[in-house]
Design a protein around this ligand. Structure first.
Ligand SMILES: [Zn+2]
Length: 456
């Protein structure tokens, strides 16, 4: 039997045992809502601080704000990485990048690590995904557990397969959900790059928040893959222009999401379905000299997590969380036993019974080494790599302009200790898997990834 076959058989047995327990009422806790459906939406590259629900003053997100107002909003969500592939794998496995191992385009998830979709499918969920592909292409392991996983479609005027945009993904998801029987639970994953560079929303949105002087216009299309993009001497006006377009893209995505949810509500689907919106990392606009998401400053790490659905009361959860907590939380909410992971179920907090425990630090990493690590504890943020560590108070100084690390010995000692024990944990964790090497990225995949600014 192949390694993959053994894993599936093993998972099947584990799930059968778990199901038997669930049937006898031993697994689903009193806070769970078994049999509900789940829609997980990932809006790639979405900074929390650009949404009204998180305090932004521009009207970028009326639909997300409304969702947050009737559901649960996690105030401090720190992504475990600053780029798409490892962050989404954390979302799908509850493991930080070093533990799941999918930290470069040569890797795919080890067959021994169960994913959110696999667990739900084993529990009788219909499963389907409509995504922007590329870094969330199915062959990295994201496709496992899905009946269908759509990343690209043939356009009407050519035979070429193109990554699908948010509008198409949502339309496809709507159609698919309409074909599911009301008593059949489903898990839909919808992902979009519509707010990612090149920040190119439709014309009727593009100038919505435009503050640029005409001379500062900059063409972004085809630029994300330009290796010199970050070395260009952009004026502050040009950076602001990109940032304005980013905001406009958010509003566009938000409007699409709003129409999608309205339609589902009118069909009665939302009465039995939890809706979760997250992102995988933020975005930077020259705050620290770069465009994109290539650092671990707070603008690249702080993301939204909003959750609404039947029986959930409006609530803001203050405890800091990460993407690794999403899978255990959602499975607990659905009454499905979670596989071992590094995250924690936030279900008690969602139900208003948060433990009064001291806040824990959240950790992030970047690079295959990794080359850069970060720890957030309360309002303190430590970034450590090959160069001298930096310390910021990200709440008092949201632009992270004042490095406090020189403010006296011991200033960052707590966070340095926390980070060191985190590294120990990663190195000794039994959950650490060896991601498989994969060599089946097609030339087209590589070309499209390069166009988006990645270099496979
Ligand atoms: Zn991303």
């Amino acid at each position: 039997m192949s390694a993959s076959g053994s894993r599936v058989a093993g998972l099947g047995l584990a799930v059968a045992v778990a199901l038997a327990c669930a049937d006898s009422g031993q697994q689903a806790g009193p806070d769970a809502a078994p049999g509900r459906s789940l829609i997980l939406v990932s809006i790639d590259t979405l900074r929390a601080d650009r949404l009204g629900a998180y305090g932004y003053t521009r009207d970028t997100s009326p639909s997300l704000d409304a969702l947050a107002a009737r559901g649960v909003r996690f105030e401090t969500v720190i992504a475990e990485s600053a780029w798409t592939l490892p962050s989404h794998m954390t979302l799908f496995t509850g493991l930080p990048p070093t533990l799941h191992g999918v930290v470069s385009h040569e890797r795919r998830l080890a067959a021994s690590v169960p994913t959110l979709a696999e667990v739900l499918q084993e529990h009788g969920y219909r499963t389907f995904a409509f995504t922007g592909g590329l870094n969330v292409a199915p062959n990295f392991g994201f496709g496992r557990g899905f009946e269908t996983y759509t990343s690209a479609m043939r356009t009407y005027d050519s035979e070429e397969m193109r990554p699908i945009d948010f509008r198409t993904a949502l339309a496809q998801a709507t159609r698919r959900i309409a074909g599911i029987e009301p008593d059949e639970p489903f898990f839909a994953f919808v992902h979009t790059y519509d707010v990612h560079c090149p920040y190119d929303p439709p014309a009727d949105y593009a100038q919505r928040f435009d503050t640029r002087p005409p001379a500062d216009h900059i063409e972004t299309r085809e630029r994300c893959g330009d290796p010199h993009f970050n070395e260009m001497q952009l004026t502050s006006g040009q950076a602001r222009f990109l940032s304005d377009r980013y905001d406009a893209s958010i509003r566009y995505a938000d409007d699409l999401l709003g129409s999608f949810l309205e339609q589902l509500e009118s069909q009665g689907v939302l009465d039995r379905t939890f809706v979760v919106v997250v992102s995988d990392h933020g975005e930077e606009f020259l705050e620290h000299g770069k465009i994109g998401h290539q650092t671990l400053y707070i603008e690249c790490l702080r993301i939204p997590w909003i959750l609404a659905g039947p029986g959930l009361e409006p609530r803001v959860v203050a405890e800091p969380v990460g993407l690794a907590d999403v899978m255990p939380t959602l499975l607990a909410l659905l009454g499905v036993p979670p596989p071992p992971s590094d995250g924690a179920s936030m279900l008690p907090a969602i139900r208003g019974r948060g433990a009064e425990e001291p806040a824990t630090a959240r950790f992030s990493e970047l690079g295959t080494g990794p080359d850069l690590r970060s720890a957030v504890l309360g309002s303190s943020h430590l970034i450590a790599g090959t160069e001298a560590a930096m310390l910021f108070d990200w709440r008092a100084d949201p632009g992270e302009r004042r490095d406090l690390s020189a403010g006296g010995p011991g200033r960052s000692a707590d966070l340095e200790r926390a980070l060191a024990s985190w590294v120990d944990h990663l190195e000794t964790s039994p959950l650490r898997s060896r991601a498989e090497l994969q060599f089946d990225l097609s030339e087209e995949q590589k070309q499209r990834l390069r166009a988006l600014g990645y270099a496979p």
